[in-house]
Design a protein around this ligand. Structure first.
Ligand SMILES: [Zn+2]
Length: 91
């Protein structure tokens, strides 16, 4: 609330902005989730794609995010929001 982060302002479209791709080798799907982990706590988290491209996160496509496995003893928490409100719409 109190932060004064600049919004769009007058910046023109940045040519460096391009779709981020899945970090998995051999996968060129567009990333839709960001995976982060904490080695000490043996925890991994899957979030909506982080727009700031955190260096600690791995971008994953939806398939790899959904199928992400973690080593035994690790926890995996999917914090993504439901994909859309249109799911389960009663007609
Ligand atoms: Zn992928």
């Amino acid at each position: 609330m109190g932060s004064c982060r600049p919004t769009h302002g007058n910046r023109r479209a940045d040519p460096a902005i391009r779709p981020r791709l899945c970090a998995r080798p051999g996968c060129d799907e567009v990333a839709s989730a960001t995976m982060t982990y904490d080695y000490g706590n043996r925890s991994t988290w899957i979030d909506q794609l982080d727009p700031d491209s955190s260096p600690a996160g791995y971008d994953l496509c939806v398939n790899h995010a959904n199928s992400l496995g973690v080593p035994s003893g690790w926890s995996r928490t999917d914090r993504r929001e439901p994909p859309s409100p249109f799911e389960r719409v009663a007609v």
